[in-house]
Design a protein around this ligand. Structure first.
Ligand SMILES: Cc1cc2nc3c(=O)[nH]c(=O)nc-3n(C[C@H](O)[C@H](O)[C@H](O)COP(=O)(O)O)c2cc1C
Length: 163
Protein backbone atom coordinates (compact mmCIF):
# COMPACT_ATOMS: atom_id res chain seq x y z
CA UNK A 1 0.00 0.00 0.00
CA UNK A 2 1.17 3.54 -0.68
CA UNK A 3 1.98 5.61 2.36
CA UNK A 4 -0.85 7.74 3.67
CA UNK A 5 -0.63 10.89 5.77
CA UNK A 6 -3.59 12.48 7.51
CA UNK A 7 -3.58 16.20 8.34
CA UNK A 8 -6.39 17.76 10.33
CA UNK A 9 -7.43 20.94 12.12
CA UNK A 10 -9.87 20.71 15.00
CA UNK A 11 -11.09 23.13 17.67
CA UNK A 12 -13.28 21.02 19.93
CA UNK A 13 -11.95 17.60 19.00
CA UNK A 14 -14.51 16.23 16.58
CA UNK A 15 -12.32 16.32 13.48
CA UNK A 16 -9.34 15.04 15.46
CA UNK A 17 -11.43 12.07 16.53
CA UNK A 18 -12.64 11.49 12.97
CA UNK A 19 -9.04 11.69 11.70
CA UNK A 20 -8.09 8.94 14.16
CA UNK A 21 -11.06 6.79 13.12
CA UNK A 22 -10.14 7.19 9.44
CA UNK A 23 -6.56 6.25 10.32
CA UNK A 24 -7.75 3.13 12.09
CA UNK A 25 -9.98 2.17 9.15
CA UNK A 26 -7.03 2.55 6.77
CA UNK A 27 -4.38 1.01 9.01
CA UNK A 28 -2.50 4.33 9.18
CA UNK A 29 -0.17 4.64 12.19
CA UNK A 30 -0.60 7.52 14.66
CA UNK A 31 2.80 8.94 13.68
CA UNK A 32 1.25 9.68 10.29
CA UNK A 33 -1.72 11.59 11.72
CA UNK A 34 -0.84 15.27 12.04
CA UNK A 35 -2.54 18.23 13.70
CA UNK A 36 -1.93 21.20 11.37
CA UNK A 37 -1.56 23.40 14.46
CA UNK A 38 1.93 21.98 15.05
CA UNK A 39 2.97 20.62 11.65
CA UNK A 40 4.97 22.20 8.83
CA UNK A 41 3.29 22.10 5.41
CA UNK A 42 6.47 20.55 3.97
CA UNK A 43 5.48 17.35 5.79
CA UNK A 44 2.96 16.78 2.96
CA UNK A 45 5.92 15.85 0.80
CA UNK A 46 6.47 12.65 2.81
CA UNK A 47 3.30 10.98 1.55
CA UNK A 48 1.86 9.52 -1.66
CA UNK A 49 -1.73 9.87 -0.47
CA UNK A 50 -2.65 12.91 1.61
CA UNK A 51 -5.89 13.28 3.56
CA UNK A 52 -6.79 16.83 4.57
CA UNK A 53 -9.50 17.43 7.17
CA UNK A 54 -11.08 20.53 8.67
CA UNK A 55 -14.15 21.47 10.59
CA UNK A 56 -16.06 24.60 9.56
CA UNK A 57 -16.38 27.63 11.83
CA UNK A 58 -17.60 31.23 11.79
CA UNK A 59 -19.75 31.71 8.76
CA UNK A 60 -18.37 28.89 6.68
CA UNK A 61 -14.66 29.32 7.42
CA UNK A 62 -11.84 26.81 7.73
CA UNK A 63 -10.83 25.75 11.24
CA UNK A 64 -8.44 28.47 12.42
CA UNK A 65 -5.24 26.41 12.49
CA UNK A 66 -5.63 25.79 8.79
CA UNK A 67 -5.06 29.46 7.94
CA UNK A 68 -1.26 29.34 8.28
CA UNK A 69 -0.89 25.75 7.16
CA UNK A 70 -2.70 26.19 3.88
CA UNK A 71 -0.67 29.27 2.98
CA UNK A 72 2.35 27.01 2.68
CA UNK A 73 0.53 23.92 1.47
CA UNK A 74 -1.23 25.54 -1.46
CA UNK A 75 2.03 26.70 -3.03
CA UNK A 76 3.70 23.26 -2.94
CA UNK A 77 4.15 21.18 -6.08
CA UNK A 78 2.43 17.87 -5.38
CA UNK A 79 2.00 16.43 -8.85
CA UNK A 80 1.88 12.62 -8.72
CA UNK A 81 0.38 12.64 -5.23
CA UNK A 82 -3.26 12.07 -4.39
CA UNK A 83 -5.33 14.25 -2.08
CA UNK A 84 -8.64 13.42 -0.39
CA UNK A 85 -10.54 15.93 1.73
CA UNK A 86 -12.86 15.45 4.70
CA UNK A 87 -14.39 17.44 7.51
CA UNK A 88 -16.97 17.92 10.21
CA UNK A 89 -19.80 20.43 10.30
CA UNK A 90 -23.33 20.95 11.47
CA UNK A 91 -26.20 20.45 9.05
CA UNK A 92 -28.16 23.12 10.92
CA UNK A 93 -25.70 25.59 9.39
CA UNK A 94 -27.58 24.73 6.27
CA UNK A 95 -26.03 27.25 3.88
CA UNK A 96 -22.41 26.68 4.88
CA UNK A 97 -22.36 22.99 5.75
CA UNK A 98 -18.74 21.82 5.75
CA UNK A 99 -17.67 24.75 3.58
CA UNK A 100 -14.09 24.31 4.75
CA UNK A 101 -13.86 20.98 2.92
CA UNK A 102 -14.63 22.82 -0.30
CA UNK A 103 -12.23 25.65 0.49
CA UNK A 104 -9.32 23.28 1.07
CA UNK A 105 -10.17 21.42 -2.13
CA UNK A 106 -10.25 24.67 -4.10
CA UNK A 107 -7.09 26.16 -2.61
CA UNK A 108 -5.05 22.99 -3.16
CA UNK A 109 -5.84 22.78 -6.89
CA UNK A 110 -2.68 24.67 -7.80
CA UNK A 111 -0.50 21.92 -6.31
CA UNK A 112 -1.37 19.73 -9.33
CA UNK A 113 -2.14 16.80 -7.05
CA UNK A 114 -4.89 14.43 -8.18
CA UNK A 115 -8.03 14.68 -6.09
CA UNK A 116 -9.64 11.37 -5.12
CA UNK A 117 -12.57 10.09 -3.08
CA UNK A 118 -15.56 12.33 -3.73
CA UNK A 119 -18.57 11.30 -1.65
CA UNK A 120 -22.25 10.70 -2.28
CA UNK A 121 -24.40 12.95 -0.08
CA UNK A 122 -27.67 11.06 -0.46
CA UNK A 123 -29.30 11.03 2.98
CA UNK A 124 -27.84 14.37 4.04
CA UNK A 125 -29.99 17.41 4.79
CA UNK A 126 -28.44 20.77 3.98
CA UNK A 127 -29.15 23.51 1.45
CA UNK A 128 -25.74 24.61 0.30
CA UNK A 129 -22.07 23.88 0.77
CA UNK A 130 -18.85 24.93 -0.88
CA UNK A 131 -17.95 21.24 -0.69
CA UNK A 132 -20.40 20.66 -3.56
CA UNK A 133 -18.59 21.27 -6.82
CA UNK A 134 -20.31 20.55 -10.15
CA UNK A 135 -23.11 18.80 -8.26
CA UNK A 136 -20.81 16.40 -6.41
CA UNK A 137 -19.37 16.50 -2.92
CA UNK A 138 -15.57 16.72 -3.15
CA UNK A 139 -14.94 14.62 -0.05
CA UNK A 140 -16.30 13.10 3.13
CA UNK A 141 -18.51 15.46 5.13
CA UNK A 142 -19.72 14.42 8.57
CA UNK A 143 -22.09 15.87 11.13
CA UNK A 144 -20.82 14.58 14.46
CA UNK A 145 -23.10 16.99 16.34
CA UNK A 146 -26.47 15.76 15.08
CA UNK A 147 -25.80 12.50 13.25
CA UNK A 148 -22.81 10.89 14.93
CA UNK A 149 -24.56 7.54 14.58
CA UNK A 150 -24.14 7.73 10.79
CA UNK A 151 -20.44 8.53 10.76
CA UNK A 152 -18.85 5.11 11.10
CA UNK A 153 -20.76 3.74 8.10
CA UNK A 154 -19.88 6.85 6.10
CA UNK A 155 -16.20 6.53 7.03
CA UNK A 156 -16.22 2.85 6.09
CA UNK A 157 -17.75 3.65 2.70
CA UNK A 158 -15.39 6.54 1.99
CA UNK A 159 -12.12 4.80 2.86
CA UNK A 160 -12.79 2.27 0.11
CA UNK A 161 -11.95 5.08 -2.32
CA UNK A 162 -8.60 5.85 -0.70
CA UNK A 163 -6.16 3.94 -2.91
C1 LIG B 1 -19.72 29.35 16.31
C2 LIG B 1 -19.82 28.13 15.44
C3 LIG B 1 -19.90 28.28 14.07
C4 LIG B 1 -19.99 27.17 13.23
N1 LIG B 1 -20.13 27.34 11.87
C5 LIG B 1 -20.34 26.27 11.08
C6 LIG B 1 -20.58 26.43 9.69
O1 LIG B 1 -20.58 27.52 9.14
N2 LIG B 1 -20.78 25.29 8.94
C7 LIG B 1 -20.79 24.04 9.50
O2 LIG B 1 -20.97 23.07 8.77
N3 LIG B 1 -20.57 23.86 10.83
C8 LIG B 1 -20.34 24.94 11.62
N4 LIG B 1 -20.15 24.76 12.97
C9 LIG B 1 -20.15 23.40 13.53
C10 LIG B 1 -18.75 22.79 13.73
O3 LIG B 1 -18.07 22.69 12.50
C11 LIG B 1 -18.92 21.39 14.32
O4 LIG B 1 -19.31 21.53 15.67
C12 LIG B 1 -17.68 20.54 14.23
O5 LIG B 1 -17.98 19.23 14.63
C13 LIG B 1 -16.52 21.08 15.06
O6 LIG B 1 -15.39 20.26 14.81
P1 LIG B 1 -14.00 20.43 15.59
O7 LIG B 1 -14.25 20.14 17.02
O8 LIG B 1 -13.13 19.41 14.95
O9 LIG B 1 -13.51 21.82 15.35
C14 LIG B 1 -20.04 25.87 13.80
C15 LIG B 1 -19.95 25.72 15.20
C16 LIG B 1 -19.85 26.83 16.00
C17 LIG B 1 -19.81 26.62 17.50
Amino acid sequence: MKNIGIFYGSTTGYTADVANRIAKALGVEMKDVHDVANTEPSKLGDYDIILLGSSTWGNGDMQENWEDFIQGAQSMYLKGKKIAVFGCGDENMTDTFCNAVGEIYRRMQGTEATFIAPFNTDGYDFSASEAIVDGKCVGLVLDEVNHADLSDARIAEWVKEIK
